[in-house]
Write a protein that binds this ligand. Structure first.
Ligand SMILES: Cc1ncc(COP(=O)(O)O)c(C=O)c1O
Length: 307
């Protein structure tokens, strides 16, 4: 699964601390904390018909991540929302758009890791791109193919995944393994060998034995996924049996169905894990139903930012 350049993004206008600039002219200081130490938090959001889906949830997660990193000033939800709106208007965007928000600790007075060197306030970057759900092109009739990575996800006592920070190296190492194996993405385990998530998404399976029950991992070694929470909410609303618990790879291999969730790629069904077909090798009924329910939600809810 390799994303390609979209001509519609050639002349994007990006927003850095309120300044709207052409993508080729945009830059941040070499003294910025994101450059110096990956000292930044981020969110990926999606725009559907002028509405940002789960905007408040994303801004809440950005704020709580920045609080956990002790940023001295965090822009309010209203301030960030206004910058998103200006960026969308500048690009005349209203649908099929992915928005990457980055909030860094800001520019330092000299290079170094010490947060006391930050005396200028944070840097807010709003990058909006025309981008269809990223896995659509890869799905076809085979679904996604995943492998299990040798790279483990940190538990909270190493680096708490509840901080949605910009150090993506763990994920990138796992993605390199997936690329080298010709797979779309890589499953990552926690320190105890249970399923954590993939390098970019959360994982759900439909149990292979007994009555079908939708299972997903506890929030121990994966971020507080907004799409994950939305799927669990859909299960509660529509009386779909579900459980949140530790899952071993044996349970994944013998699952009836498997799918991944994330804002960037929505719900994407998995056809193979470590070369083994999942279920009957086709998109299963629970995955299909939840995918439809999710699309209904994205097309009818969200915060209207542009007409
Ligand atoms: C590591 C990781 N896992 C999963 C997700 C999916 O989370 P969400 O559903 O909130 O987009 C993300 C998205 O940012 C992520 O960075």
């Amino acid at each position: 699964m390799l994303q390609t350049f979209n001509e519609k993004n050639r002349d994007l206008i990006v927003n850095i601390n309120g300044k709207l600039v052409h993508r080729d002219q945009a830059g941040i200081s070499p003294f910025d904390s994101a450059v110096q130490g990956g000292d930044a938090v981020w969110e990926g959001l999606r725009l559907y018909n002028g509405r940002v889906f789960k905007l408040t949830e994303h801004l809440d997660r950005l704020r709580s991540s920045a609080l956990a990193l002790a940023f001295s000033r965090i822009p309010t939800h209203a301030e960030i929302t206004e910058q998103i709106r200006r960026t969308l208007e500048a690009n005349r965007m209203r649908d099929g758009v992915h928005i990457r928000l980055t909030l860094t600790r800001g520019v330092k007075i000299t290079s170094g890791m010490d947060p006391r060197l930050n005396q200028a306030g944070p840097t807010l970057i709003v990058l909006a791109e025309h981008k269809a759900p990223v896995y659509d092109a890869a799905l076809g009739s085979h679904g996604l193919s995943l492998i299990t990575s040798s790279v483990r996800r940190f538990p909270p006592d190493c680096l708490d995944p509840k901080i949605h920070h910009c150090n993506l190296i763990q994920s990138i190492l796992a993605k390199i393994e997936a690329n080298n194996a010709g797979a779309d993405d890589a499953i990552m385990l926690d320190k105890h060998g249970f399923l954590a998530e993939t390098n970019a998404t959360h994982v759900f399976i439909v149990s292979g034995e007994g009555e079908p029950v939708l299972l997903t991992s506890r929030l121990v070694a994966c971020p507080e996924g907004i799409t994950r929470a939305t799927v669990l909410e859909l299960c509660r609303t529509h009386a779909i049996a579900h459980e949140v618990r530790d899952i071993s790879m044996t349970e994944v291999y013998r699952a009836r169905e498997c799918f991944t969730t994330g804002t960037m790629g929505e719900l994407a069904w998995v056809g193979k894990v470590d070369g083994r077909p999942i279920g009957n090798g086709r998109c299963g009924p629970i995955t299909e139903r939840l995918g439809r329910l999710y699309q209904e939600l994205t097309s009818t809810s969200g915060e209207q930012l542009v007409p």
